[in-house]
Ligand binder design. Structure first.
Ligand code: HEM
Length: 486
């Protein structure tokens, strides 16, 4: 076997990688040992800031194959029948830091990057169809309550339940989080959701609204709190290990991609706001339509380069797929690319893991660590008389009619935060309801009673049996009469 020669970062051969350069065998080191200095200096720079949320994650490559014809709704080339696209899917927990244990009760991230011939399409979703908030203004406040207390540096159940109990729009997601679905047995055994309402545009330039669902072909498997704690005691990387080893062993996980479609006319008539992220679209009214299969079949070669530096953004769309008026989505369209420019750097999209697999032509210039090799050109601005990339009017979306006063509208006024969580609660089996009560009661340990009672009112409004079950587990008397009288 030919030996690969160790070099410095400048490519010069390294003669000795075991012994520093010193003045005599017992003497101090010499400043000219630039190889030692290079090694220590590089180590000092090995970390980049972890993601402010979803810091702990696992990812794999695979392929999205379109098996059904949805061309009536979208012209996206990657969604046409028979199309196959390379993908990267990064799973994550939300609240924990990079070293957090995988088997914790938390929402799981489901961030998909589809490398299409029309650009990267990123669908940055979760394993839940809804979310805790419906206005992006509340996201930093919400995340504060999930992270550590500024004084104790401990997680704070009081802060979590204080925020949730003061934000009734969170009840739907809270009910999912503390149900048995809130602690998946690894990433292969959970569904994925785009969660937001997005839009499709077809070849005739007509728009419909769409929600994306990825159904695990491995089936949903979950752990109880006790099982999760036992897993963590023996293995903090259980989800990373499960995903990595399954793929290394050729057991490729798959998800069936389905969509729900709502016309613009239907959206004007639904009883609920179809752009409200705390609501699902009833499947009876908006049935799931099969689209294709997502398979993961290749582990990254380098975790840092391909997972830590992977950068997903809901603003990455392609012709045929668009946004919606969902306020949280609108906020996210800013937040992600901004995070990447700070966390990874100005040219994060030129890194191999993020680089589109199609030609990229733009007029952005320079900046720290510009590492591509720009070709000589006279057209470094636009419009110009010297050639250079020009716009593609065919990619324009149909106009979206908007109206109304510019104002800060109270998103809680007149919004029903209880019907859907109540319906979800009643769909659960008695055993699942018992698990829900127990998980909530466990998470409320140490929370001041006034906050607990405020939250019980929300449970009661969703279903009296919901509040009664939690109160019983907590061992507190909960009088529903004053609420009923309201
Ligand atoms: C990660 C912001 C809501 C799913 C992130 C990151 C930020 C962020 C800044 C870190 C990005 C990075 O450094 O790479 C926000 C804001 C939200 C919001 C401002 C609301 C206003 C949501 C929602 C979902 C979601 C509703 C799911 C439906 C994710 C996922 C990741 C993530 C999956 C990890 C992506 C990855 O694997 O790299 N979010 N987020 N977020 N967020 Fe959000």
């Amino acid at each position: 076997m030919t030996k690969t020669i160790l070099t410095t970062t400048a490519g010069a051969p390294v003669a000795d990688n075991q012994n520093s350069l010193s003045a005599g065998p017992r003497g101090p080191l010499l400043m000219q040992d630039y190889q030692l200095i290079e090694k220590l200096a590089h180590q000092n720079r090995e970390r980049i800031p972890e993601r402010v949320v979803h810091a702990k994650g696992s990812a794999a490559y695979g392929v999205l194959t379109i098996t059904h014809d949805i061309s009536a709704w979208t012209k996206a080339k990657a969604l046409q029948p028979g199309a196959t696209s390379e993908v990267l899917l990064r799973f994550s927990t939300v609240a924990g830091e990079r070293g957090a244990a995988d088997a914790e009760r938390d929402v799981r991230g489901f961030a998909l990057k589809v490398y299409t011939e029309e650009g990267n399409w990123d669908l940055v979703g979760n394993n839940t169809p809804v979310f805790f908030i419906r206005d992006p203004l509340k996201f930093p406040d919400f995340i504060r309550t999930q992270k550590r207390h500024p004084v104790s540096n401990l997680r704070s159940p009081t802060a979590m339940w204080d925020f949730w109990s003061l934000s009734p729009e969170s009840l739907h997601q809270v009910t999912i989080l503390f149900s048995d679905r809130g602690l998946p047995q690894g990433y292969r055994h959970m569904h994925g959701f785009g969660s937001h309402t997005y839009s499709f545009v077809n070849a005739a330039n007509e728009r419909v609204w769409v929600k994306f669902h990825f159904k695990s072909q491995q089936g949903v498997r979950t752990w109880t709190n006790e099982e999760g704690n036992a897993v963590i005691a023996g293995d903090r990387e259980s989800a990373q290990r499960d995903l990595f080893e399954a793929i290394e062993g050729g057991d490729y996980p798959r998800w069936t991609l389905r969509v729900q479609i709502m016309t613009e006319a239907q959206a004007r008539q639904t009883a609920f706001d179809p752009f409200d992220l705390t609501k699902v679209w009833p499947h009876a009214d908006f049935p799931l339509i099969e689209v294709g299969v997502l398979e993961l079949n290749r582990n990254p070669d380098n975790y840092f380069a391909e997972v830590e530096q992977s950068s997903f953004s809901p603003s990455n769309i392609v012709p045929g797929i668009g946004f919606s008026p969902d306020k949280v989505l609108q906020g996210r369209l800013f937040a992600y690319a901004d995070a990447h420019r700070y966390r990874v750097g100005t040219h994060y999209e030129a890194l191999p893991v993020n680089r589109p697999r199609c030609p990229v032509n733009h007029y952005h210039a320079d900046g720290a660590m510009r590492f591509d090799a720009p070709k000589r050109t006279e057209a470094w601005y636009e419009p110009s008389s010297f050639g250079g990339p020009v716009e593609a009017p065919s990619a324009a979306e149909p106009p979206l009619p908007l109206h109304g006063d510019a104002d800060r509208f109270d998103h809680r006024a007149g919004n029903d935060d209880y019907a859907q969580p109540g319906a979800l609660f009643r769909l659960m089996s008695p055993a699942q309801q018992e698990a829900l009560f127990g998980n909530i009661a466990a998470a409320m340990q140490g929370v001041p009673e006034a906050i607990v009672r405020r939250q019980l009112v929300h449970f009661h409004r969703a279903d009296p049996a919901y509040a009664a079950g939690v109160a019983l587990r907590l061992g507190i008397a909960f009088d529903a009469a004053p609420i009923a009288a309201e």
